[in-house]
Design a binder for this molecule. Structure first.
Ligand code: AHR
Length: 655
């Protein structure tokens, strides 16, 4: 009798226990797919910030190659050994190209080599075993001196050299191929006049022979590869605030970025002086990465191009200068011409220019941003002018409109109210906030108006400390919060059509803004945990949203466990994304209802022992997705979600 009583008590305890801690369940309704996921849902935001273009993606290794910086010898040092007699001077008379007026004259008595060395972008990254293409414009003035082209390592070791000679009295291009004998991220390039005489030099350039697709004067292969590996569905370019400029005269003007590189006028990069605590006085835009190259890059990596154009407003964090409404026409014409440049037939004016630049086929532009991060009635007034002109001529182009820098303030609400009334296509929302904000707002879009404008989550990134804090780190906690937030974007793929983390690249020795998706130095790339989150979403996109129901979550887990699911109709796979942002592991029962048969698949887990962990050049793969096979025997099975983890279940099914 006593034994029976204690058994009953035990059963009662277990029953209570079970009631208090019900089994955690994740139910995916595979038989009832919902909204279509935009194939271009997960994209990338590129801006020339943090030496993202010059000193980054654009593979030119010489800084200030044309001597056009306001201090014409910035980045250059005179190599003037004590024995050398002569002069190095900057001149502008009879340049090789009027758009590039400054050049250097070296006049030497021949007592010792005399010339200049270039420091590159915080050093020049050279790899042993690779070739580097040197080129320079030279005009021989007097004598028959030679030009010695030398690569020096950071410690002064000569890594390779070449000799140029027989200079004519008119400007000519001379080239040499160099092969450094060592790998060094902090090398220098020297150009030295050897022998008595005088020459004029300009446009001194050094590129790795191995660029992306080995295009001469092209892009850094490892950076493009990292970008391509993240499978962006679109590429937003060229920014960001560089679109706006601190004043209108310094806005981004795409027409000045096409054609011969030596004719693209240099512009100071607004990030060189925006943050006085991170000054970069040597940060300029050469536009070697210009609009043709952006379109080409999109084509190469299968990303839809999304150019953002200035709408007649300078950055509202700076001057906020406005182009008067009755003077907007050239801005609008730039937008119309850009569409023609991208899509027009080769018989059209701008289509012909595209063809003349080597790309007769159109770029299939479908999206265009009107202004970057603008706000207020001034923006709406300008947007209306753009929209009227663009929609009249190009109804096929979806326009992205701005809602300011905050995802919730009065400017944001004002923009939404006005743009909704105007039936705007897609509104660009920006969210930079602490990880907790992203965790708390994963349901932000659940209640959005299904009939209003669509959303482009155009810039977002969790800030470990705070917006524009130099102490922000790309830690795992930020990445996990972004993953949680992204489940909300995916669940609401009918409203949120596109999303991109920002910014994309940052040079470890030359950044202005942190966090960033991919860090680089002169030779390496470092994927952050956030990069892995972005890549995992893009590589596991699916094309139909599947309804997911979470059950049995209590306590912290009720708030901090997130899920979304999609179906990939091409491969007949269910893709389930689960974020466990709690400090406890969870083993939910997964129920794929509506499936008749399951095929073996994979389990992908992104996890770190500590939310503060980061990847580093010393341990670049510390935080990286781990993939294991998964072969459940039926549609109901268990999966363990480690504490603080992002998990993807990917399984083929028959529905
Ligand atoms: O991503 C960095 C900056 O943040 C962008 O240039 C701007 O649009 C935003 O304020």
């Amino acid at each position: 009798m006593r034994a029976m009583k204690s058994s009953i008590a035990l059963l009662a305890f277990l029953a209570t226990g079970l009631a208090a801690f019900p089994a955690v369940s994740v139910k995916v309704d595979v038989g009832h797919p919902g909204a279509a996921v935009n194939p271009a849902m997960w994209g990338a935001f590129f801006e020339d910030i943090n030496f993202g273009a010059d000193g980054g993606l654009y593979a030119e290794l010489v800084k200030n190659r044309g001597f056009e910086f306001p201090e014409p010898l910035m980045g250059w040092a005179k190599m003037n050994p004590s024995l050398a007699r002569g002069d190095v001077s900057v001149r502008t008379d009879a340049p090789f190209n009027a758009a590039n007026p400054h050049y250097v004259r070296i006049q030497s008595e021949g007592t010792a080599p005399l010339g200049l060395s270039n420091e590159g972008f915080r050093g020049i990254g050279l790899r042993q075993g690779e070739s580097y293409e040197f080129s320079v414009r030279i005009r021989g003035v007097a004598g028959t001196p030679k030009l010695s082209v030398r690569l020096y390592g950071g410690d002064g070791t000569l890594l390779d050299s070449a000799e140029l000679k027989n200079f004519t009295h008119d400007w000519q291009q001379y080239t040499a191929t160099l092969q450094p004998g060592d790998t060094d991220p902090k090398s220098r390039l020297a150009v030295l006049l050897d022998g008595a005489g005088t020459v004029d030099l300009d446009f001194v350039s050094l590129f790795p022979a191995h660029t992306w697709k080995n295009r001469a004067g092209g892009l850094r292969a490892d950076l493009v590869q990292a970008l391509a590996d993240s499978h962006p569905g679109f590429l937003r370019f060229p920014g960001g605030c560089v679109v706006e400029g601190s004043v209108l005269a310094r806005r981004y003007q795409w027409k000045k970025t096409i054609g011969p590189v030596e004719e693209r006028p240099l512009l100071i990069n607004r990030w060189s002086y925006e943050f006085l605590h991170r000054p970069a006085p040597d940060y300029f835009q050469s536009f070697g990465l210009g609009f043709l190259e952006y379109f080409q890059l999109c084509e190469d990596i299968g990303a839809q191009p999304l150019p953002i154009l200035n709408c007649g407003m300078a950055c509202q964090f700076n001057s906020g200068e406005l182009c008067p409404l009755d003077a907007l026409e050239p801005y609008i014409q730039d937008a119309l011409d850009l569409i023609e440049f991208a899509n027009g037939p080769v018989t059209s004016e701008w289509g012909a220019k595209r063809a003349a630049l080597g790309h007769p086929a159109p770029f299939n532009l479908k999206l265009l941003g009107v202004g970057n991060e603008q706000w207020g009635p001034e923006y709406i007034a300008r947007y209306i002018r753009f929209a009227e002109a663009l929609k009249a001529k190009h109804p096929e182009i979806s326009l992205i409109s701005a809602a300011g820098p905050s995802p919730a303030d009065d400017n944001f609400k004002f923009a939404w109210e006005k743009l909704r009334a105007l039936h705007a296509d897609i509104i660009d929302e920006h969210c930079y906030d602490k990880p907790e904000w992203f965790l708390d707002h994963a349901h932000r879009y659940d209640a959005y108006d299904r009939n209003g404008p669509k959303v482009f989550m155009g810039e977002y990134a969790a800030q470990s400390v705070g917006v524009v804090s130099v102490k922000n780190r790309n830690d795992f906690g930020c990445a996990l919060a972004e993953a949680a937030f992204m489940t909300g974007l995916e669940r609401n793929a009918d409203v949120v059509r596109m999303a991109s983390y920002a910014p994309l690249f940052a040079h470890v020795d030359a950044w202005q803004w942190t966090p960033d998706l991919i860090w680089t130095d002169n030779l390496r790339t470092l994927p952050t945990p956030s990069y892995h989150v972005q890549s995992l979403f893009a590589r596991n996109r699916g094309d139909q949203v599947l309804p997911v129901t979470l059950g049995g979550l209590t306590g912290e887990a009720a708030k901090r466990v997130y899920a979304s699911s999609t179906f990939d109709t091409a491969t007949n796979e269910v893709i389930l994304k689960l974020v466990n942002a709690t400090a406890q592991p969870l083993t939910p029962t997964i129920d794929l209802t509506g499936t008749r048969e399951l095929k073996p698949g994979t389990l992908i887990v992104l996890h770190a022992d500590n939310l503060a962990e980061v990847n580093s050049f010393e341990a670049p793969n510390l935080i990286a997705p781990r993939e294991t096979p998964l072969a459940p025997t039926g549609p109901t099975f268990n999966v363990t979600l480690p504490a603080n983890s992002f998990t993807i279940v990917r399984l083929g099914v028959v529905r």
